[in-house]
Design a protein around this ligand. Sequence first.
Ligand code: A3P
Length: 293
Amino acid sequence: GKNYRVAGEHRYDGILYLPSCPEYVVKKVRDEKLDFRRDDVIVATYPKSGTTWMQEIIWLIMNKVDTERAKSEHVLVRVPYLESTKVESPIEKLPTMKRPLVVKTHLRADLIMRQVSKNADSGPKVVVVMRNPKDVLVSYYYFYKACKSYDFKGSFDDFFRLYESDDLVYGDPLDYCQQWMTYKDNPNVLIIHYEDLKADLKGCIKRLSVFCQRDLSNDQIENLARHVSFDSMKKNPQTNFESFIAMRPHISPFIRKGIVGDWKNHLADKQNEMIDKRCESLHRLCGLSFRFL
Ligand code: A3P
């Protein structure tokens, strides 16, 4: 068959990584005590689960809903990508980074939890976003096509085969969620579903602000919710990645559809059944459940 693998990808401990996330970075998170503090927040997701959305929400919660500043600096500058060495890995400069610190990561729970205590007073805190795996795969497929480092030229079926053979960057989305379920009762971990953000954004913002120990007024919640609506984030150059040279928005925009259930337009019956089966067994195993519509 055709080779749809990402140039320079490498496997470590069974997980496929981009070349921008070298082995030494993964090892560092696993083996060293990084300088995370009590108030720091880690946004942890499998790619395409609503990472950017949550980055923007948490940054605003931690920064008094300063939407003006949010509009003047890119979300990836305000909330850096922990394991990426593309610009300069935040891992190298955690001690000198400005607080409050919010970072995003796609590293596995077992790695990230090496940095997190069971004691609610010591931090860092972790906000995990989970999204139903069918919509994740569809979103990831369009991202693989639009992002130059993936440069994917295949069909959705070709992409689904990559998933089935465990050849997706950052591994299997269901394994990712299953691993986080092990830590769901840690007071420093909060799991939020993309579908919950869609159904009740303001309610989620309230829960998140309590978890982050930041009080927000009703006005601030209204303001925050407006700033992170799909339409605002799609228009906002600090969140839409339209000017990123690594992206080809004419192939597919980064802020694409933002809906629950686009999988219905892409998954064949067999693919759909395969995922349903896996979800049922995971539900029995660890109580994990998703909403697909
Ligand atoms: P779709 O491709 O299904 O539209 P990530 O940030 O983890 O890469 O996730 C990207 C996905 O989140 C995309 O999904 C994108 O459209 C969606 N998204 C980003 N901002 C959103 C928002 N404000 N509301 C709803 N969905 C959003």
